[in-house]
Design a protein around this ligand. Structure first.
Ligand code: PMP
Length: 445
């Protein structure tokens, strides 16, 4: 038993001691292909020398300076880099240390914006069912995963939920993409009207859904329609790209592919690629100006915001991605991965769906492919897949279906952007073996 308290205290974990490209090596010398980038974090693999050198340089020069006294060169340079490439209007950056902090900052920025602009009644947040936006209290409150929130409900702020844009489960078989996205936009509009538009602060959604459903991209013009509904009622749009952003989908910002610019955009994971803990909230001019003209400061802050070494690492990560044209590889390898999985699973009775964008790919497992009925929660198919994959030296990110049976077990794949065609073949081969064995052991229980 180790002294460090991770997630499940009783579970013995291998000890990771080294990184080599897309692989992690444990204390026994066993290698694991990181096909999930941890949790869609490690987009440059685990031994990028340029990033390591950038961290060393910054640590030697100035590791950290508190932001109530100074800004720093790496923080300014990283903010410029992000803003120059950001969706229209997002020209200000608030750095934090991770995803949940980025969401907390976005929620508080939205709220403070309305306080500053004379609409203090706007306090409601609307998000989607089966969503995850982080584990701190505000982020947890808006998330739509009932089981995650359950123990903490009495201490959470009130939040409201609408249907997710989850084609495999929510789109009716006779419903066109247009009709489906219109139905979802209408549902959001009804929710805003029910709450009273003058009381609604923001709608929060992931551009491409990550952990809760496994790489679910928006259908057609869903995000444009959602943007229009928000605009009609003066509601802010917060897009969470903590998993799907920073190139994971083949675009630096996932929403660029949908032609939509939110008012607030959260990023983390791939921003620092795991070399340093860092996240950010990108802020529109409108919100920034309102705060500058109003009280003059954002009533929020953490000790490590704008951490110089973290910013230097993230800037180097982003330079490597751009200079090595890695987003082209993300698109090509993503196509290969989906095509290979679809081919392999074209007739598999327990694979319901293979989906995603770029190197952000989800596989949904079901008890019955025809009816889409999920496996029973008790079978813990996702746990078995993870165990079988780790045995074979493969890291993937499986999640259970919802307890209420609304979605099936799924596996999320998010390999590093540097992976080759051969790496994809190895991932598919190990994953399909792991899934077969996991289903066999789950079936025999
Ligand atoms: N939002 C999304 C979409 C995420 O996937 C996550 C992390 N899985 C978070 C927020 C929270 O990020 P963190 O774990 O860094 O706090």
């Amino acid at each position: 038993m180790t002294t460090v308290f991770h997630r499940a205290p009783k579970r013995a974990l291998p000890v990771a001691v080294a990184g080599d490209g897309i692989e992690i090596i444990d204390s026994e010398g066993k290698r694991y292909i990181d096909a999930s980038g941890g949790a869609a974090v490690s987009c440059l693999g685990h031994s990028n020398q340029r990033v390591i050198d950038a961290i060393k340089r910054q640590a030697q020069q100035l590791p950290y300076a508190h932001t109530s006294f100074f800004t720093t060169e790496p923080a300014e340079a990283l903010a410029d880099w992000l803003v120059e490439r950001a969706p229209e209007g997002l020209r200000h950056v608030y750095f934090v240390s991770g995803g949940s902090e980025a969401v907390e900052a976005a929620l508080k920025l939205a709220r403070q914006y309305f306080v500053e602009t004379g609409e203090p009644r706007r306090r409601h947040f609307i998000a989607r069912r089966q969503s995850y936006h982080g584990n701190t209290l505000g982020a947890l409150a808006i998330g739509g995963n009932a089981w995650r929130r359950e123990p903490f409900l009495p201490i959470l702020i009130e939040a409201h939920h609408v249907s997710p844009c989850y084609a495999y489960r929510e789109q009716r078989s006779d419903e066109s993409d247009e009709a489906f996205t219109q139905r979802l936009a209408d549902e959001l509009e009804s929710k805003i009207l029910d709450l009273g538009p003058e009381t609604v602060a923001a709608f929060v959604a992931e551009t491409v859904v990550g952990a809760t459903a496994g790489a679910v991209p928006p259908v057609g013009d869903y995000l444009c329609k959602i943007r229009a509904v928000c605009d009609k009622y003066g509601v802010l749009l917060i897009l969470d790209e903590i998993m799907s952003g920073m190139g994971r989908t083949g675009h630096l910002y996932a929403c660029a592919e949908d032609g939509v610019a939110p008012d607030l955009l959260t990023i983390a994971k791939g921003l620092g690629a795991g070399y340093q803990p860092i996240g950010a909230t990108l802020v529109s001019d409108r919100i920034y100006e309102a705060i500058v003209k109003g009280s003059g400061f954002f009533q929020h802050g953490h000790t490590y915001i704008g951490h110089a070494t973290a910013c230097a690492a993230a800037l180097e990560v982003q330079r490597v991605i751009e200079e090595d044209r890695l987003l082209d590889n993300v698109k090509a390898r993503g196509e290969q991965l989906r095509a290979s999985l679809r081919e392999h699973y074209s007739r598999h009775e327990h694979i319901g769906d293979v989906r995603g964008r770029g190197l952000f790919v989800g596989v949904e497992l079901v008890e019955d492919r025809a009816t889409k009925v999920p496996f029973s929660h008790e079978l813990a198919v996702n746990v078995a897949i993870k165990r079988e994959a780790m045995k074979r030296g493969l890291m993937v990110y499986p999640m259970g279906g919802t307890v209420d049976g609304v979605s099936g077990d799924h596996v999320l794949l998010a390999p590093p952007f540097i992976c080759t065609a051969d790496d994809i073949d190895r991932i598919v081969s190990r994953l399909t073996d792991a899934i077969d064995d996991a289903l066999r052991s789950a079936g025999s229980r």
